[in-house]
Design a protein around this ligand. Structure first.
Ligand code: SAM
Length: 229
């Protein structure tokens, strides 16, 4: 007998510097980017998070609220966006029920607030559940990883003089440089349609960032104050 449809109500929302999908790492813990989960009532008090401070990592179950529905196959970027695989063999955002699952670092716990590290989550992502990560059960170091055997390589990132000048004007310039370099190093570009010399733009935290590929890696060309709210 088919199960009854079930309506899921978000328990919170993600506040993340990733203001758009472009630029977000394709899995968690690849770049040192922090985000916050704001928990909604009735889970916004101290009771709901009592005991959580003893855990270093969390599973976050969330909704891919900004992704469309997909079919039974997808083209993973890791395979160059050419080959099709079954959606259930991938971590694609276009999937049945639109559910995402990320193991992230838990940096701090407060009533109604969880501070996360290493996120791959869009700003505004609805959070459906949070569970502690149990290394003795969840970590499987000798697991086979199919077509995704190794983490994506991180390429060198340099900053052009205009980008350096923008960073120098900020009190958090060094921190922003570190986070941005780690994100760009993962090569956020779509797998198809890459052309030499093309300038890519992404919104990150409060800046609009322009970068391009260069011989070894990438060059951040400019950082401008974002006009988005
Ligand atoms: N770790 C999760 C999983 O396996 O379910 C997410 C993997 S998915 C490949 C990661 C990508 O999802 C990110 O690069 C970003 O483009 C996209 N993404 C993150 N949050 C999203 C959201 N709320 N709605 C739609 N897409 C999102």
């Amino acid at each position: 007998m088919a199960a009854e449809p079930r309506c899921l109500t978000p328990i919170g929302v993600v506040h993340s510097p990733f203001r758009q999908k472009f630029g977000i790492p394709r899995q968690p813990r690849l770049a040192p980017v922090e985000a916050e989960i704001e928990l909604f009532p009735p889970l916004d008090g101290p009771e709901a998070v009592r005991g959580l401070e003893g855990f270093s990592h969390l599973w976050v179950v969330f909704a891919f609220h900004a992704a469309g529905e997909g079919g039974p196959t997808v083209r993973p970027p890791r395979l160059g966006g050419r080959d099709r695989l079954g959606v259930l063999a991938t971590r694609s955002t276009h999937r049945p029920n639109g559910l995402g699952l990320s193991a992230v670092t838990l940096k701090a716990v407060a009533p109604g607030r969880l501070i996360l590290g290493g996120v791959d989550l869009l700003d505004g992502t609805p959070v459906l559940d949070v569970k502690p990560y149990l290394p003795w059960s969840d970590a499987i170091p000798d697991a086979a990883a199919g077509f995704a055997e190794a983490p994506p390589p991180a390429r060198p990132v340099h900053f052009a003089p205009a980008a350096e000048a923008a960073l120098a004007e900020r009190t958090d310039g060094e921190d922003l440089r570190r986070r941005l370099a780690a994100v760009v190093a993962l090569d956020p570009r779509p797998a198809t349609g890459r052309t030499e010399g093309r300038v890519y733009r992404m919104a990150f935290a409060d800046v609009d960032v322009a970068f391009t590929e260069e011989e070894e890696g990438f060059r951040v060309l400019s950082l401008e104050a974002s006009l988005r709210d």
